[in-house]
Design a binder for this molecule. Structure first.
Ligand SMILES: Cc1ncc(COP(=O)(O)O)c(C=O)c1O
Length: 439
């Protein structure tokens, strides 16, 4: 026993305790451990340095433990940890709200409320939309991921995430995700978008009346779905159609926001504004904070006391988020996102050309980039086993990376955007080395 204790790693000891104490259903997306982290480097339980390409699932755009965010957390913790915003209001909530409205205006007047997680933001966005429209139905998309609470799970597409958890919220309808790819569609993008809008109009005849649809919710770049990008002409036409029918358009920016696509919001690439939007992940550098934003008249139409939560927008999370947003402006997070995107896209294209038997389509927007892992060079044959092999082998070589996709065959990059170029290339070299070995 003593010998065994001496040779097993600290990480292995942690995983053994996890197995004993934590339910199996809490997923393991990567077999790593961490004790501390700064910038784009994590130190694991055995003192090894790991390069972080996962960013705690897209949360660490501004890097691990940015000094101004750490200082803001410390200062706030000394003054006020909690009062509940509904009971005794505090200024840092309002300062953060003002900053969000400044960066992400939804037209002339915008309002914002804070929550604790992306799923909670989605729940509240739907509650607001239903009240405003006075309708019950919601449309979401195949491949969508909106969270793990009941409404968010009902909107989520990947059925493996919902196994045995029904019945789900009623009046949720699903359309194919409108991503255009030259490899898949043999028509120009404008024609593709027009056909998809025609499909939606037909849907209003065969599935649900337009007059019954409160909102359409969409990720402009699907996160967990595998980094598919929505077609711009489709989104523009969708905006028009929603306006014609009094249907609210909700953009879920939980994974795509705050520099990840090279802009504060993915919607800035589409020249379209949502009525309501949801935010979380990188806005708090790891503190649990999320937001629902919307046009002021829409946000104000929800009835008093229908929105809230004990911890929603707690002072420390607000202080961390405010410091994160200020720091992101200082370092020009969007330019960093573009830079990471350029480097990764070039390397991914090379991976595809050099290892075509294993690497399929490369896609994404800005630094929100991914590639498919396929069997025998067939882009329609997902290779889930090889994807898992890549993740495990990378972890052994000091690179933390995670998958995505309904077939779990997509390797995605969610590294901190502050990552130094040499470190980014070092991580990509590890990834290429592993791909080469497996291919
Ligand atoms: C687009 C999107 N919406 C909602 C969520 C749910 O966020 P959370 O895990 O904070 O509840 C996620 C999480 O990955 C997401 O990517």
């Amino acid at each position: 026993m003593e010998n065994e204790a001496a040779i097993i790693s600290n990480k292995e000891k942690l995983y053994r305790r996890r197995k004993q104490l934590v339910p199996n259903a809490v997923g393991i997306f990567n077999p790593s451990s961490v004790v501390e982290a700064h910038g784009a480097i994590m130190i694991d339980a055995d003192g090894n340095e790991l390069i972080d390409f996962a960013g705690g699932i897209g949360v660490i755009n501004a890097g691990h433990c940015p000094p101004p965010v750490v200082a803001a957390i410390q200062q706030q913790a000394e003054k006020l940890i909690h009062s509940s915003f509904n009971v005794a209001l505090y200024e840092v909530y309002l300062d953060l709200a003002a900053e969000m409205v400044k960066l992400l205006p939804h037209g002339k007047a915008t309002k914002v409320m804070f929550l604790n997680s992306g799923a909670e933001a989605v729940e509240n966005a739907i509650k607001i939309a239903k009240q405003v429209a006075k309708r019950n139905a919601i449309i979401s998309y195949e491949g969508a991921f909106h969270g793990r609470t009941m409404m968010a799970m009902s909107l989520t597409s990947k059925v493996a995430y919902k196994a045995g958890c029904g019945p789900f919220a009623p009046e949720v309808y699903r359309l194919p995700y409108p991503s255009y790819s030259k490899h898949v569609h043999d028509v120009p993008e404008e024609k593709f978008a027009a056909d998809e809008i025609k499909r939606l109009k037909q849907f209003f005849k065969t599935q649900v009346r337009a007059e019954d649809v409160a909102a359409i919710i969409i990720e402009l770049v699907q996160g967990e779905g595998g980094f598919y990008v929505a077609s711009k002409p489709y989104i523009k036409a969708l905006r028009k159609l929603c306006d014609e029918h009094g249907t609210l358009l909700i953009f879920d920016e939980v994974q795509s926001g705050f520099g990840r696509t090279g802009k504060w919001a993915a919607y800035e690439h589409f020249d379209v504004l949502p009525d309501i939007s949801t935010w979380a992940k990188s806005m708090g550098s790891g503190m649990p904070i999320a937001a629902v934003m919307g046009k002021a008249n829409i946000m104000d139409a929800a009835a008093p006391s229908t929105l809230g939560g004990t911890y929603a927008g707690n002072p420390i999370a607000c202080a961390a988020s405010l410091a994160t947003l200020q720091y992101m402006q200082e370092i020009d997070i969007n330019a960093l996102g573009e830079r990471v995107g350029r480097i990764v896209y070039e390397r991914f294209q090379h991976f595809q050309q050099a290892y075509p038997s294993l690497i399929g389509e490369v896609r994404g927007l800005g630094a929100m980039l991914a590639f498919d892992v396929v069997k025998n060079g067939d882009w329609n044959e997902p290779n889930t086993a090889a994807t898992q092999q890549i993740i495990t082998a990378c972890a052994e070589k000091g690179l933390v990376i995670i998958s995505a996709g309904v077939h779990a065959n997509v390797i995605r990059i969610l590294s901190p955007l502050v990552i130094e170029e040499t470190l980014l290339h070092k991580g990509l070299d590890i990834l290429e080395h592993v791909i080469k070995e497996i291919a």
